[in-house]
Design a protein around this ligand. Structure first.
Ligand code: NAI
Length: 253
């Protein structure tokens, strides 16, 4: 059966690299038609799509900045047209900025972090719910938000703003899960720990995992695919009785 025939349609935001790319590839292997959203790096998104298509899966690359409402609505409308109604959303797009203490953070930085990590996730969740809700003519679906263990650790001295934005994602997960549970939609989150991706470059410390790994009970950083497996389980029917829940993929941290 092709991906299209079983009507599993997934949007992964920020899917051109890291955890998002691993999730897109694993989802395609599991029969989802995948919309790989990217903000700027079209070439990277195209590589993900190409590798999915070459393995017999179905994927398209779609540009949209999740921080911008009109680009989010356009993203979902394009998926309606090109893949069919979305049944699964992974709110993966997220940013952090250079490591610094709170007393040095300006409002512009805080706005950038919250606009992408929090408002972007809300806007994508809104568009997904409008399509999935059985009260609005949909057939249900599942949303997974990519939070972080930073939500409970706080990231002191590095990026308390980022950690707080992930705290908001946790609350979005709990509240929205309860709000739409009776409309056929499950909402869960993963909380990755120190995962080996390029996000740490933005913090100003590409080798951050090397520095911090000794503090992790499992004594290593995680891999993007290890997070993707948890995400795909939460999206799957195997998790049919799981909503408003969190899977920490953090090596025991
Ligand atoms: P990454 O930086 O490789 O991936 C993030 C992706 O989101 C990038 O492709 C980026 O272009 C995209 N993105 C950023 N802003 C966007 C926007 N406004 N619109 C659309 N796309 C946007 O990093 P990684 O590690 O794969 O991160 C994925 C998620 O996992 C993020 O939400 C991050 O906060 C979270 N996370 C990562 C951890 C880690 O140690 N790598 C730990 C805990 C959470």
């Amino acid at each position: 059966m092709s991906a299209h025939e079983n009507n599993k349609v997934l949007i992964v935001t920020g899917g051109s690299r890291g955890i998002g790319a691993a999730t897109a590839c694993l989802a395609a292997q599991q029969g989802y038609a995948v919309a790989v959203n990217y903000r700027r790096n079209q070439a990277a998104a195209n590589r993900v799509v190409q590798s999915i298509n070459q393995s017999g899966g179905q994927a398209i690359a779609l540009a949209a900045d999740v921080a911008l409402e009109h680009e989010v609505t356009q993203l979902f409308a394009t998926v309606d047209d090109q893949l069919g109604t979305v049944t699964a959303l992974v709110n993966n797009a997220g940013i952090l900025e250079s490591q610094m203490r709170v007393h040095r953070m300006d409002a512009a930085r805080l706005q950038r972090i919250f606009q992408t990590n929090v408002i972007g996730s809300f806007l994508c969740a809104r568009e997904a719910v409008r399509r999935m809700s059985t009260q609005q003519g949909g057939t249900g679906g599942a949303i997974v938000n990519v939070s972080s263990v930073a939500a409970r650790l706080g990231s002191p001295g590095e990026y308390v703003d980022y950690a707080a934005s992930k705290g908001a994602i946790d609350t979005l997960t709990i509240g929205l899960a309860k709000e739409v549970a009776h409309e056929g939609i499950r909402v869960n989150a993963v909380r990755p720990g120190f995962i080996d991706t390029d996000i740490h470059v933005a913090g100003g410390e590409p080798d951050r995992i090397e520095r911090v790994k000794a503090s992790v009970p499992l004594q290593r950083g995680g891999k993007a695919i290890e997070v993707a497996h948890a995400i795909l389980w939460l999206l799957s029917t195997a998790a049919a009785y799981t909503t408003g829940s969190f899977i920490d993929v953090a090596g025991g941290k």
